[in-house]
Each structure stands twice: as structure tokens, then as C-alpha cells.
Write a protein that binds this ligand. Structure first.
Ligand SMILES: NC(=O)c1ccc[n+]([C@@H]2O[C@H](COP(=O)([O-])OP(=O)(O)OC[C@H]3O[C@@H](n4cnc5c(N)ncnc54)[C@H](O)[C@@H]3O)[C@@H](O)[C@H]2O)c1
Length: 228
């Protein structure tokens, strides 16, 4: 993702003043970071929280796309408020997926009282992906749970518990990311699907988010960036 983001940022006329990866972690200092108008963080589940906290501590507006660290998200948001900082997290930066999120919310609202339909989410990604279910699938599941009272939590396996919303994770190569939400009854099925063809959509969305954050304070989402 770092390489894809760098390419798109340069194409859009931006300068990359600092690049950090595992090989030069020592360059991640306040003085170096503060040369940037905005930081973009895509590392992984084990490192995201520390990186986010450091960027907020150093007072640099931050776009974060690392998934798999939801358990620490509220702590990061609270620290952002305490620091009067600027933070945007998205489980998925692509324009298409953010439109898909809105369709998912609308469909869930329509299906709220239709108890005959069982609901299942499926996500398909490449085998190198470290977390399961995907952050995007968790967002989709949370949107369904907020609207359909007969489901109270998600489970990342086939489940006999009618209160659990199943998220099935498949890992195959190559797969930049597919997400399905399916409502099935004995009479018919309704299915919505988003399929990413390349990772460029995620990178473009992250750069659009960075452009949006420049000079701002507060906590934002892609909904605001894309005006959805
Ligand atoms: N939100 C989205 O739209 C979206 C899209 C694609 C991927 N992702 C997520 O972004 C993350 C990165 O994905 P990727 O495919 O680029 O992974 P990757 O493994 O290809 O690249 C991760 C990079 O982070 C660096 N890194 C790891 N730990 C670090 C640390 N502690 N400090 C500094 N650098 C560190 C590595 O050196 C590497 O260059 C994953 O969590 C993935 O799920 C999110």
C-alpha cells in the first residue's frame, strides 16, 4: 500500500518528505514527522496503534488504513481529542466500498423486520492478509448489527446461534478484496457484492483523505471526505 500511495500522491503533485518502514524505524522522530502536513499509516495490526499514538503525540494530522486493531480504536480517538489532534481511520478507502457501505445500511434497514431471511457476510482476500475477518467486513457487520435487532454480535465462523451474524473469511490468490452480504430465505435471496480489481482505489482514497485533513482538527471518516 505504501508504494501505491506514494505513486498516487506524486501524481497528484504532493511531495513525500518522509517514508518509514521496518528498516528505518529510527527515523520516526517528532522533528522528521513535523516536516509533513499529513501522515498516512498503513503498516498492519501489530504496529498501527503505536504509530497512530506517536503521530497524534507529535501533532501531525493522520490518515490510518491499518486494519485488525479495532480493540484500541476508542483509546486512539480519545487521545486525539485530548491532544486536539486530527485523525481519520477507514477500514476501506475505496470510493466504491464507501458507496457500498451506504447501500448496506439501507438494505439492512429494509430487512429489519423480515425475520425469514438469514444473513451471512463473506470476505475474500489474498493469502498474505494478516487479519481475519477483514476490517471492511467488520464495518459491514457493525452496520447490520446496528439495524437488525435479531442479530447481536458477529462470529468469524459458521454458527448455529441465531443471534450471531456469520462472517466467513476465504483466503485465495490473487484477490485484492471481495465482500458479499447475503440475505437468504426459502423463497429467494438478495445479495450485494463489492469486488476490488486493484489496490489503486484504496491508495487514491487515502490520498484524498490526506488532502481533506490538511489544516483541520477533529475526527473524520470517508463519509465526510466523499460527501456521502
Ligand atoms: N483501509 C484500507 O483501505 C486498506 C487497504 C489495503 C490494506 N489495508 C491494510 O493496511 C495494512 C498494510 O497492508 P499492506 O498490504 O501494505 O501490508 P505490507 O505487509 O505489504 O506492508 C506493510 C509495511 O509496513 C511496514 N511496517 C510494518 N511494521 C512497521 C512498524 N512497526 N513501523 C514502521 N513500518 C512498519 C513494513 O515494513 C511494510 O513496508 C494492513 O493492515 C492491511 O489490512 C487497508
Amino acid at each position: 500500500m505504501g508504494k501505491a500511495i506514494e505513486e498516487i500522491a506524486r501524481q497528484r503533485g504532493h511531495e513525500i518528505v518522509l517514508k518509514i518502514d521496518l528498516h528505518n524505524a529510527g527515523d520516526f522522530t517528532a522533528a522528521n514527522l513535523q516536516k509533513a502536513d499529513v501522515a498516512i499509516e498503513f503498516t498492519g495490526p501489530g504496529s498501527a496503534f503505536n504509530n497512530v499514538m506517536k503521530c497524534l503525540e507529535y501533532g501531525v494530522p493522520l490518515v490510518c488504513g491499518s486494519t485488525g486493531w479495532q480493540d484500541k480504536m476508542e483509546e486512539a480517538r480519545a487521545y486525539c481529542k485530548q491532544q486536539n489532534g486530527c485523525f481519520l481511520y477507514a477500514s476501506n478507502f475505496s470510493v466504491g466500498v464507501n458507496i457500498f457501505f451506504e447501500v448496506n445500511k439501507r438494505l439492512a434497514s429494509l430487512m429489519k423486520d423480515h425475520q425469514d431471511y438469514e444473513i451471512q457476510l463473506t470476505e475474500i482476500h489474498h493469502t498474505a492478509k494478516k487479519d481475519a475477518p477483514s476490517g471492511t467486513a467488520i464495518t459491514l457487520a457493525e452496520q447490520v448489527l446496528e439495524r437488525i435487532p435479531r442479530k447481536t454480535k458477529w462470529a468469524n465462523h459458521i454458527s448455529d446461534n441465531p443471534e450471531e451474524l456469520e462472517i466467513l473469511s476465504e483466503r485465495i490468490d490473487p484477490a485484492p478484496g471481495t465482500h458479499k452480504v447475503k440475505y437468504s430465505s426459502g423463497i429467494d435471496d438478495i445479495e450485494i457484492v463489492h469486488t476490488a480489481h486493484t489496490r489503486k482505489g484504496f491508495a487514491l482514497g487515502a490520498v484524498l483523505a490526506a488532502e481533506f485533513l490538511k489544516g483541520k482538527k477533529g475526527i473524520y471518516s470517508m463519509k465526510e471526505v466523499l460527501g456521502l
